[in-house]
Ligand binder design. Structure first.
Ligand code: UD1
Ligand code: UDP
Length: 351
C-alpha cells in the first residue's frame, strides 16, 4: 500500500514521528513537506530528533496570506498525487497544509485519512476550525483522539469510519519522555524543577489583537518568578513590529523556539504552563503539569477535568487567578494507551 503523507507545520512533524514509524513497517510512505514552517528550529530539528525520513517532496511554499499559501500547496500536491497514485492521502490536524492536502486528494478521488479528526472549537473565526470542518467532511477514515471528537462528528452526520483511537501525541510523549529527561536545557537556562512557568503564545486570535496581547503581557509581568518563553516566529515578528519590548517584563526569559525533547523537559519540570497552543495543552496533561489556557474556548475539553487546565481567555485578572489556583486532578488516562499509531495503521491495513 502506498500512502502520501502531507506535513507542513511544527505539530504535524511531531505527530508524524510515531505514525510514520508504524506505516513504514509494512507500507510505502511518500512524505510531502509543504514548507509552511521552514526555519530550522520550526522544521528540520523535528525530523532529526524524531527520526522522520527526509521528505520525498519539499514544496517550499513559505509564509503568505491564507489564500496564497493554500493555493500554492494545492497546485503542487495535486501534481504529486497524480504522479504517485497513492492508495491514501494522510493529513494531520487543522493547518492550511491539512486543508490543501485534503482538497487535492478529494478532487482526485483518493481516500483521505484524517488523524486528529472531529475537534471543534465552535469558533469559525479561527482558520483552524474552517480547515478541520472541511477536512473532516471529505475524509474517508476519521481517527478521533477523544469521545468528544466522535460526538462532534456525529452531530455533523459523519459516522462512517469514525474511530476513537486515542492521541498520537501521547504516543510521541510515551516514546520520547525518557530521552527528553537527558535534556540539558533546564541546566543551561539555570532553571529549578517546579520553580518556573513555561509560556507559549502563537494563536492569531491573540497575536493579531493588540488588546488581547496587551492583557496577556500585562499578566505575564504580574506573575511573580521565573518565566520561560520559547517564542513562535509569528509572535516575535508581531511584537517587534508593534514596538513591544519583552525585556521590560521582570523574570521573563525569552528564547528561540526549542526542539521537542527540550520542550518536553520544560513542560514536565514547569510549575505551570501558560499557553494558547493545542498540542501544549495536551502535553501539559500528559506530563501532569497544570495548564492555564489563554483562549476563550478549547477543543481539548477533557483537559479541563478537575482544573488540570483552566480556560482564561485574554483576561489579565483571570490569568493571574488561574496561575494561583490549586489543581487537584488525578489525570485520568483519556488519550489512549500510547499505541494509537499502531492501531491506526492496522485499521487502514485491514480495510
Ligand atoms: C500555523 C497553523 C496553526 C498551528 C501553528 C503551529 C494555519 C492557519 N495555522 O500557525 O494552526 O497552530 O502553525 O505552530 O495553518 N514564520 C516564520 N518561520 C517559520 C514559520 C512561520 O518566521 O518557519 C512566521 C511568518 O512570519 C509567518 C508567521 O510565522 O507569516 C505565521 O506562520 P503560519 O504558518 O502562516 O501560521 P502559524 O501562526 O505558524
Ligand atoms: N513545541 C516545540 N518547541 C517549542 C514550542 C512547541 O517542540 O518551542 C512543540 C510542543 O511540544 C508540541 C507542538 O510543538 O508538541 C505544539 O505546536 P504548536 O504550539 O506550534 O501548535 P499547535 O499544537 O497549537 O497547533
Amino acid at each position: 500500500m502506498k500512502i502520501v503523507t502531507i506535513l507542513g507545520a511544527r505539530p504535524q512533524f511531531i505527530k508524524a514521528g510515531p505514525v510514520s514509524r508504524e506505516i513504514r513497517k509494512q507500507h510505502t510512505e511518500i512524505i510531502v513537506h509543504t514548507g509552511q514552517h521552514y526555519d530550522a528550529n520550526m522544521s528540520d530539528i523535528f525530523f532529526e530528533e524524531l527520526n522522520i525520513p527526509k521528505p520525498d517532496y519539499h514544496l517550499n511554499v513559505g509564509s503568505g496570506s491564507h489564500g496564497v499559501q493554500t493555493a500554492n500547496m494545492l497546485t503542487s500536491i495535486e501534481e504529486i498525487i497524480l504522479k504517485e497514485e497513492p492508495d491514501y492521502v494522510l493529513v494531520y490536524g487543522d493547518t492550511n497544509s491539512t486543508l490543501a492536502g485534503a482538497l487535492a486528494a478529494s478532487k482526485l478521488h483518493i481516500p483521505i485519512v484524517h488523524i486528529e479528526a472531529g475537534l471543534r472549537s465552535f469558533n469559525k473565526k479561527m482558520p483552524e476550525e474552517v480547515n478541520r470542518i472541511l477536512t473532516d467532511h471529505v475524509s474517508e477514515f476519521l481517527f478521533c483522539p477523544t469521545d468528544t471528537a466522535v460526538q462532534n462528528l456525529e452531530k455533523e452526520n459523519i459516522t462512517k469510519n469514525v474511530f476513537n483511537v486515542g492521541d498520537v501525541m501521547y504516543d510521541a510523549v510515551m516514546y520520547n519522555q525518557d530521552i527528553a529527561d537527558k535534556s540539558t536545557l533546564m541546566n543551561d537556562l539555570g532553571l529549578t524543577e517546579k520553580e518556573f512557568y513555561l509560556i507559549t503564545v502563537h494563536r492569531a486570535e491573540n497575536t493579531e489583537d493588540p488588546e488581547r496581547m496587551n492583557n496577556i503581557l500585562d499578566a505575564f509581568s504580574k506573575v511573580e518568578g521565573t518565566k520561560v518563553w520559547p517564542i513562535h516566529p509569528r509572535t516575535k515578528n508581531k511584537l517587534k513590529s508593534s514596538g513591544i519590548d519583552l525585556d521590560a517584563i521582570p523574570g521573563l526569559k525569552v528564547i528561540e523556539p526549542i526542539g521537542y525533547l527540550d520542550m518536553l523537559s520544560l513542560e514536565k519540570n514547569a510549575k505551570k504552563i501558560l499557553t494558547d497552543s493545542g498540542g501544549v495543552q495536551k502535553e501539559a496533561y500528559f506530563v501532569k503539569t497544570p495548564c492555564v489556557t489563554l483562549r476563550d474556548e478549547t477543543e481539548w475539553v477533557e483537559t479541563l477535568h478537575q482544573d488540570a487546565n483552566i480556560l482564561v481567555g485574554a483576561d489579565t485578572e483571570k490569568i493571574l487567578e488561574a496561575v494561583q489556583a490549586p489543581c487537584h486532578s488525578d489525570y485520568p488516562p483519556i488519550f489512549g494507551d500510547g499505541n494509537t499509531s499502531e492501531k491506526i495503521v492496522k485499521m487502514i491495513s485491514d480495510k
